[in-house]
Design a protein around this ligand. Structure first.
Ligand code: TRP
Length: 350
């Protein structure tokens, strides 16, 4: 089948994925795999921009993210899974592109401004250049489509500017990557704030059914409702937001809403029903996840194969960019020797 284009998108491996990732992104990605040539990137270098002091967490989180992706339907037969740090071309292209971006442009990035307000640290150079590395991630595969959430739009805008700047300065070589925004609105956390690992308001794909039920039973509902006989609010109530998404029995959902509004059903009963529906809906994914997590060697092999497939594509782009920027004499020096052979990944983590 003729593909519509090439996708690159990814996540930073900050921890296991939650149902917000599943509904907002992973399901969308899984659905794009037949119509696009897909590259899914685990951006472990990007984790260092904020979490460089916890190196022990990154390998485990990388495996967790890969496992969740695969369980959610990312298919290594149809798509390419790439580990960012395994491909030096991402970092090398990032250095080349950084010459085309001004410091003040990066300082104006709203994501950067927000983050330095939140961090109690002096922002590092790496944090400032985060979007340049992200631009390299996309452009190194000459991807034209980037499925992301709205929060990533400032970064994508920078990638588009860099591509234009490069094309104008040297010769047209990069497509200007377009965002593909997901239509599903963000899932609220169990406390009705934004779902975020650091808020403790997430339901993880890897949670057991018991943990899930526990979290659902503690969910925020309608704060104005004191007794089960009080009329309740369905809109803006995360219990019903989840119910709409995870309970396939639409007639039952409508009936529960009507009874809730009329003060004819208690919060506990509604939550019990939600916990059941949520666990049912996640069961197949969790089964796949369980099977995969018992074979970490296989996950590494999938990352190895994907990164290997990506390598020549990234290398060709890098060499073309090096040539256009005048730093290609190095190619005529031939392969330099002296590196140690790569340590087996399997020996390192498992
Ligand atoms: N910045 C993205 C995030 O925080 C991760 C990411 C890195 C990415 N490189 C990318 C996303 C390239 C899309 C394209 O989730």
């Amino acid at each position: 089948m003729q593909k519509k284009g090439r996708i690159l998108t990814g996540h930073r491996p900050t921890g296991p994925r939650h149902i917000g990732h599943l509904m907002g992104t992973l399901q969308t990605w899984a659905g794009l795999q037949d119509s696009y040539d897909c590259f899914f990137l685990i951006a472990d270098l990007h984790v260092l921009t904020t979490d460089y002091a916890h190196p022990d967490r990154i390998p485990g989180n990388t495996l967790e993210v890969a496992t969740d992706w695969l369980a959610a339907g990312i298919d290594p037969q149809r798509s390419t899974l790439v580990l960012q740090s395994a491909l030096p071309q991402h970092s090398q292209l990032s250095i080349l592109l950084s010459m085309l971006v001004s410091v003040s442009r990066l300082e104006r990035n709203p994501t950067y401004k927000e983050q330095i307000q939140q961090l109690n640290l002096q922002p590092s150079l790496g944090l400032l250049t985060y979007p340049v590395l992200q631009a390299a991630d996309i452009l190194v595969y000459r991807a034209d489509t980037v499925p992301v959430g709205e929060d990533q739009l400032p970064h994508l805008e920078l990638a588009r500017e860099v591509a234009r700047r490069f094309n104008q300065t040297y010769r047209p070589m990069f497509p200007e990557p377009q965002a593909l925004l997901s239509e599903t609105p963000r899932l609220p956390g169990t406390d009705n704030r934004t779902m975020h690992t650091s808020y403790g308001n997430t339901i993880y794909l890897k949670d057991t059914p018991e943990e899930t039920t526990q979290k659902v039973m503690n969910m925020y509902t309608d704060p104005t409702r004191l007794r089960a006989t009080d009329p309740g609010h369905v809109e803006g109530n995360p219990v019903f937001t989840y119910m709409d998404l995870f309970n396939p029995d639409k007639a039952e959902v409508e009936e529960l809403k009507a009874r809730y509004r009329a003060g004819k059903v208690g919060d506990i009963a509604v939550k019990q029903r939600l916990a059941e529906a949520l666990n049912n809906s996640l069961a197949p994914l969790r089964e796949r996840r369980m099977a995969l997590s018992q074979r970490p060697g296989e996950i590494l092999e999938i990352l190895r194969e994907g990164s290997q497939r990506a390598f020549p594509i990234a290398q060709a782009t890098l060499e073309e960019a090096q040539t256009l920027m005048g730093v290609n004499l190095s190619a005529r020096l031939g392969n330099l020797e002296g590196g140690t052979p790569p340590v087996s990944l399997i020996g390192t983590f498992c």
